[in-house]
Design a protein around this ligand. Structure first.
Ligand SMILES: NC(=O)c1ccc[n+]([C@@H]2O[C@H](COP(=O)([O-])OP(=O)(O)OC[C@H]3O[C@@H](n4cnc5c(N)ncnc54)[C@H](OP(=O)(O)O)[C@@H]3O)[C@@H](O)[C@H]2O)c1
Length: 363
């Protein structure tokens, strides 16, 4: 560990691990007060986009939002599987209550796909009330890989692509105010170290491991979200990060088969996907959380709302509060996703902005 402006001191790093271990082991006890499944209010009339809605936590979030009456857009890379899921869900509905669901292709490995998705949704001129950036990867133990866009895969899928999506969808979110951008974060951000000069882990000082890449991508997302909240200060668009807890899903798919089975079966303290979906669903449906977000904006707080897996407001890491490094991450992210530095203000003023990753753009 180093002690640079974006690094972690040893003591903070150890404290981070201690918190991670404690909160993970006792998550079921801390979430004992919650319903399972949550009882959501009627969400009729709300348009919700959920990324990664074909597996794990995202699948549960999507199903429950649709069952509560929202119009759901499944933003997924496997569209045929999404259609199969919808057919299965529809079979359980009565003829008086059918689900309202669309499927649009989105592959976060390709920033061009993100631009295409946003153009497709924005062109409908509909309000967007809730965007849930849920899709993510944790390629445990895998060697370092890069996307065709040239970025390390965790940083692209977990941070860069959702950041681009959130910014490009602002015209629709503005139409849907009060609206919410909900980022599926992780408590692992507390052990993350993100260097804006080396987001791809290319230097010796910042050597790649999958754990480091995952935790750093989540810290980068939290810091970017906190600055986005500042840019959205005078709007009724709210940005939140939520953490689902340690959840039994396909996120461990890259582990060797035997380890994967052990991981899925052994750990009694883990949530199932339905339990893991609760923090995002509360963030999407609770009215009091919007008041809390407005208070944070009014106090010009340096960090956006962070909701723990027990669905209570939680405190993100000390580094997440560091406004100077958060602005560095913001600037670097906007550059990496091919957006102008003042892009958010331009969009809010109704200007069209050009993204380097749009179709037919010169890279
Ligand atoms: N499980 C946990 O303990 C845990 C803890 C903290 C945070 N989280 C976060 O929770 C979120 C959901 O993870 P999960 O546990 O539910 O894992 P999961 O079962 O593996 O689901 C991940 C979802 O993301 C989608 N996805 C992955 N790469 C994508 C890409 N390039 N483009 C579009 N979609 C992509 C997957 O699509 P396919 O179905 O096509 O593969 C899948 O639907 C992630 O952001 C993860 O970091 C999970």
């Amino acid at each position: 560990m180093n002690s640079s402006s974006t690094g972690l001191e040893w003591t903070e790093w150890l404290q981070g691990w201690r918190r991670l271990t404690y909160e993970t082991l006792f998550q079921k006890i801390h979430a004992k007060h919650l319903q399972d499944p949550l009882l959501l209010p009627p969400l009729n009339g709300l348009n919700c986009i959920v990324t990664g809605a074909t597996s794990g936590i995202g699948l549960e979030i999507a199903k429950q939002l649709a069952e509560s009456g929202a119009h759901l857009v499944m933003a997924v890379r496997n569209t045929s599987f999404a259609h199969q899921l919808i057919q299965k869900w529809q079979r359980n509905e009565t003829e008086y209550r059918s689900l309202s669901i669309d499927v649009i292709e989105l592959d976060l490995f390709h920033l061009e796909s993100v631009v295409k998705f946003a153009q497709e949704w924005n062109s409908r001129s509909k309000p967007l009330h809730i965007l849930i950036n849920n899709a993510g990867i944790y390629s445990i133990g895998q060697p370092q890989k890069f996307t065709k866009d040239g970025y390390e895969t965790h940083i692209q899928v977990n941070h860069l692509a959702p950041a681009l999506l959130s910014v490009l969808l602002l015209p629709s979110l503005k139409r849907g105010t009060p609206s919410r951008i909900i980022n599926m974060n992780s408590l692992m951000h507390v052990i993350g170290v993100v260097d804006p000069q080396d987001m791809n882990f290319l230097t010796k000082k910042n050597k790649f491991t999958s754990r480091k890449a995952y935790s750093s991508s989540k810290l980068a997302q939290l810091k970017f979200s906190s600055i986005l909240q500042k840019f959205l200060m005078n709007t009724n668009i709210h940005v939140m990060c939520v953490e689902p807890g340690a959840v039994r899903t396909n996120v461990t798919r890259d582990l060797p088969r035997i380890l994967n089975i052990l991981y899925q079966k052994m750990f009694f303290f883990m949530f199932d996907a339905q339990q893991g979906s609760r923090s995002a669903l509360i963030a999407a449906s609770d009215a009091n959380i919007l008041d809390y977000c407005s208070d944070l904006k009014a106090q010009e707080c340096n960090v956006c709302a962070f909701i723990g897996c027990n669905c209570r407001i939680s405190e993100p890491s000390k580094e997440a509060h560091n406004e100077i490094t958060s602005f560095e991450i913001w600037n670097k992210t906007m550059e990496m996703v091919g957006l102008p530095a003042g892009g958010v203000d331009m969009i809010l003023q109704g200007e069209e902005i050009h993204c380097r990753y749009g179709a037919n753009s010169d890279r």
